[in-house]
Design a protein around this ligand. Structure first.
Ligand SMILES: *[C@@H]1O[C@H](CO)[C@@H](O)[C@H](O)[C@H]1NC(C)=O
Length: 237
């Protein structure tokens, strides 16, 4: 009985009315989804809490307050952020011992997630060894505040490198990519604003194609998921 029915539908030519009934709702849903995504993208700035100028001043103040002391800079940044932002406006992860490996675009370092939500993240990223790779093509604007060491960058067509030193910000607009190198040791305060979940595949794929470091995958998911949910619970998108 069941197999008979299956053969039937496979060979049957559907009348145009049936096709319309089947596809019209799907097309409407698709258009709705596209319209909603487009609308959210237009109003995305409303969801941002961090102020770019404040973060830049804060990175510079942290360097001045604790020269040659990366841990001191990080502490300065986290302390200032917890004093600046009430915990009902944005959730911050103050556990600065929570570091996890990050392998992406061929580059390797470690990160401490200070904040993660749907539209923003703020992390400390770096390595005392140096690393080099592809920035990735992202759905978020990226502001890379150098705290220690140097970051070098290059776009096709340029014949000279861009060079970022402590106190400088390397701004990478969404949709653009560069080759970058954190020459020797380098640590930075990285702030991204845009659609953060869409950045995760780039941040995690190297685990499947190269490192097979599943404990790091687990810890990245756990920390990112926890922070995004903590923020959603106070309606920070
Ligand atoms: C936080 O840092 C900014 C930039 O350095 C500074 O203007 C502000 O006064 C600091 N806030 C606190 C509470 O320390």
């Amino acid at each position: 009985m069941a197999t008979g029915k299956k053969t039937n539908t496979r060979t049957k030519v559907e009348p145009p009315q049936n096709l319309l009934n089947k596809w019209a709702p799907r097309v409407v849903i698709l258009l709705l989804v596209v319209a909603i995504c487009g609308f959210l993208d237009v109003i995305r700035e409303r969801f941002y809490v961090f102020d770019r100028e404040h973060l830049h001043q804060l990175a510079k103040a942290a360097i001045a307050a604790s020269p040659d002391d990366t841990a001191g800079m990080i502490q300065h940044i986290v302390t200032n952020l917890t004093q600046t932002y009430p915990s009902n406006q944005i959730k911050l992860n103050v556990d600065s011992s929570e570091w996890v490996f990050s392998n992406a675009g061929g580059a390797m370092g470690a990160m401490y997630i200070i904040h993660a939500s749907i539209t923003e993240y703020l992390i400390i990223f770096g390595t005392p060894l140096g690393t080099e790779g592809h920035t990735g093509l992202h759905t978020a604007d990226d502001y890379f505040h150098i705290l220690v060491g140097e970051q070098w960058a290059f776009s096709p067509g340029a014949l000279e490198m861009e060079r970022y030193t402590p106190g400088m910000v390397h701004f990478l607009p969404r949709g653009t990519a560069k080759q970058y190198k954190m020459h020797e040791g380098c640590f930075a305060l990285e702030y991204a604003r845009g659609w953060i979940p869409l950045m995760l595949p780039f941040g995690l794929l190297d685990i499947f194609t190269s490192t097979l470091d599943f404990p790091s995958l687990y810890h990245t998911f756990r920390a990112t998921g926890r922070e995004i949910i903590r923020n959603l619970l106070i309606a920070k998108i």
